[in-house]
Design a protein around this ligand. Structure first.
Ligand code: 6GU
Length: 225
């Protein structure tokens, strides 16, 4: 999979994909991430990419032309399955959306700033709009990083058996069960007996029970599995 990210703050996106699971995904050529500076595509002076809004009001709006030119330039090289705009008024990201997007080949992510982008970009280029939750960030970059991480780890071949996504929280709309490792007792705090019994069927049953309990307690809003 290839993910292109269009942003005025590429510096913010240098770190997040160079560690751990996503680093391995890139080294195995299962994931390519390319970050592009939007200012490089503007026809205006001094790298200008935003302007005051028509109709008045506080806050700048990202201009249509730099973004249109940037997207079209990237489209010369890559055929995108989705062009996604990260925005607080988008569809709220969940595991199901991440699962869907992990099956695509090429994604372009557009990071918004200020008051957002000129509406004509949304009408004519954007195929999907995603928010990462009901709070406001200063820009779409951290949201793009969150989305890329959530998608990247699901690409077939990225996770191994030990890190399998099948047992993640939210797969099947269930939270993950509690986990323990050595020592079996610390300061008198004991690991649940069943996990030491060696019977895989019993252990699976216990884990499922714990998942259901945890989900009822903490996330009664999740649709029932
Ligand atoms: Cl995608 N962008 C911004 N600026 N804020 C957000 C968001 C996105 N998702 C939640 N808050």
């Amino acid at each position: 999979m290839r993910i292109d990210i269009l942003t005025v703050l590429p510096e913010l996106l240098e770190g997040p994909f160079s560690h751990s699971i996503l680093k391995r995904a890139r080294e195995r050529n299962l994931l390519e991430v390319h970050v592009h500076q939007l200012r490089a595509y503007t026809p205006y002076k001094h790298g200008q990419v935003d302007d005051t809004q028509f109709g008045g009001g506080a806050g700048m709006v990202m201009m249509v032309e730099p973004i249109a030119l940037a997207i079209e330039s990237l489209q010369q090289q890559v055929s995108y399955d989705e062009i996604i705009y990260l925005t607080p008024d988008g569809e709220r990201l969940n595991q199901q959306i991440a699962n869907q997007l992990s099956l695509k080949n090429n994604l372009l992510l557009l990071c918004g700033h200020y008051k957002g982008v000129d509406e004509r970009i949304r009408q004519h280029f954007i195929t999907r709009e995603i928010s990462i939750g009901d709070y406001v960030l200063s820009g779409g970059e951290l949201a793009a990083a969150v989305l890329t991480d959530a998608i990247g780890r699901l690409i077939p071949g990225v996770l191994n058996n030990e890190t399998s996504a099948l047992t993640d929280s939210f797969q099947d709309n269930l939270l993950a069960p509690p986990v323990y490792t050595r020592p079996a007792e610390y300061r008198g705090w004991k690991v649940p007996e069943v996990l030491l019994c060696g019977d895989p069927k019993k252990i699976d049953e216990w884990r499922h029970e714990q998942s259901v309990l945890r989900t009822q307690e903490r996330r009664p809003d999740l649709p029932e599995a």
